[in-house]
Design a binder for this molecule. Sequence first.
Ligand SMILES: [Zn+2]
Length: 715
Amino acid sequence: MKKNNPLNHILLVVLCGFVVLTSCKQNDEKESKKMTDNILLEEWTGPYNGVPAFDKMNVDDIKEAMQMGMELSLTDIDKIANNSEPASFENTIAAMERSGKELDRVYAYYGILSSNMSTPEFRKIQSELAPELSDYRSKISQNEKLFQRIKTVYDASQKTPLESDQQRVVDLIYKSFEMNGAELDAEKKKRYAAINKELSTLYTDFSNNVLHDEENYVTYLSEDQLSGLSDGFIKSAAKIASDKGQPGKYAITNSRSSMDPFLTYCNERELRKKVWTNYYSRGDNGDEYDNNEIIAKILKLRKERVALLGYDNYAEWRLQDRMAKNPENAMELMNAVWPAAIARVEEEVADMQKIATKDKITIEPWDYRYYAEKVRKQKYDLDSDEVKQYLQLDKLTQALFFTAGEIFNYDFKPVPEGSVPVFHEDVNVWEVTDKDSGEHIGLWYLDPFAREGKRSGAWATTYRSHTTFDGKETVLGSNNSNFVKPAPGEAVLVSWDDAETFFHEFGHALHFFSSNVKYPTLNGGVRDYTEFQSQLLERWLSTDKVINQFLVHNKTGKPIPVDLVKKIKKAATFNQGFATTEYLASAIMDMKLHLADPTNINIDEFERKTLAELNMPKELPMRHRTPHFGHVFAGEGYATAYYGYMWADVLTSDASEAFKEAPEGFYDKTVAKKCVDYLFAPRNSMDPAEAYRKFRGRDANIDALMRDRGFPVPN
Ligand SMILES: [Zn+2]
């Protein structure tokens, strides 16, 4: 951060203004001191252009900091809206791009407290803040004077176009205001804001209910119930149990990273059923934490809100600025793949049933992973646990750096011990530089392990993004996973799937680091496009260079045997029936829920009916059942957007073939450069379809995806 940031001045001015407003309640001097003392609002100082003060983060400060951050941001906005000069790109759009910096900083802390370090205390604050944040957003999106200025700049640009990146910023901002009700009359605007406020509370309730069920349905096993489970799994289950005050027992937590290996290996069918039922009942237990009613309310409110704007349904409104453009295009893709997916499930079940029949078992959903593993061993002679011995977290991390070095020309070095504050001792930080010029690009934070209060799954986020319009900002990017922390002295061994996910999230991070955009708005992701870059990066895990250097045995240090690699590659299409079907069922459900009339919707019934209409195989569930489908109901990020993973996967498969066809394959410098220049660096400064055409010379088609999954390619 620059030392003499003009915002320091604004900060002081605004603080005074705020004190005046609140002085009737509080002593001026005390209040003023308290405000400026809030560490979470302060400029980031220290090395690497300033870093968040994660070591000084305190949950007690967050509410006030968020409220102050919103206040400051609104003051910036009011100044822009009330400017007496005629509206111009510089005094309106650029000024907006520059606004709200304090709130951006507080958000970095808020994100950590919400996703990495959540506590009941924080969740209470989060619930209190949700409606305030909604009000805050409405105050901007419904600011009439502000919108008129944006419209003036937009209208002028339609006659005299701006520079291309400026034009794109104007187009995106104008569209976003239009989509969020800026053109509604006063009465409708009021209702629009009220709906958003109500929704924000429902989203928070939804995710807190899921978190509650994840934390409170732990299955404790005794020593005689461990049959089939690996030593590593047992050790970490023992540690979790003892951490939870049940020494001598073994804890199976209600998260995907526990459930998945447990169902794959546990020999005790009744226990499998219990763990499966806990997991797939999250948010659906008919108690005060049940999400079904909340979902029905969310759907009704979303529909009412887009109706104010003249749209028939939420999906139509949502997809207009996505690569898919409309729900029909998204459904068309899903419908094209679905029959091949469920046909493959039938084959998979038949293979499994041959083995299960000997155990006098008819395959039920809690048996799928278990017998799939047996078929995998039989058909491909591939033992997931053996593969795991070659997948060490440390080595995989080095593999990420190697890939980034080859394709992006980046170098990763650990920062000097203690030089960058972290929020937990497990977090490590690396400096990212350009290999040739040594130019500082940013910092990469890695928070690898599961812990109480951390949300499940894996994700990537930024604390600060690249921009240049107002002085260069360097990137602070992070990856977050839920690997089970090993017992002391043990290597962290992960499954092939988890290794892929690790590469996936790193792909998001590289997308952040490689940004070359000038304006912050252009860093925004297009939802059905942003998973493409991360999915593409997964492909480097199974390249020879990564395999030979980094996939080495944790005890012997020997590289993974050629035969085992062959088997892994051969097995890549294994279980694609399961993977594609569980995913697509959720994606189709997401879309159908938002295309349906929600007036008297009964979520449980709707889910059952829709699955029946799809001929959903009874042997497996949706990847995310509706009552815990956080992508869609814990916020709006992936609402009618879960299809986006497959949309992006069409691009991924097609782009991978561009690498495969190149002389040097995945390490071909020419294709790599095009990949960085067109697919990563521009982010949203270029229309995604156009960017893809520049990379590939044509549009993507579905064929490569079908080949990758081992499905028949349609004519
Ligand atoms: Zn992703």
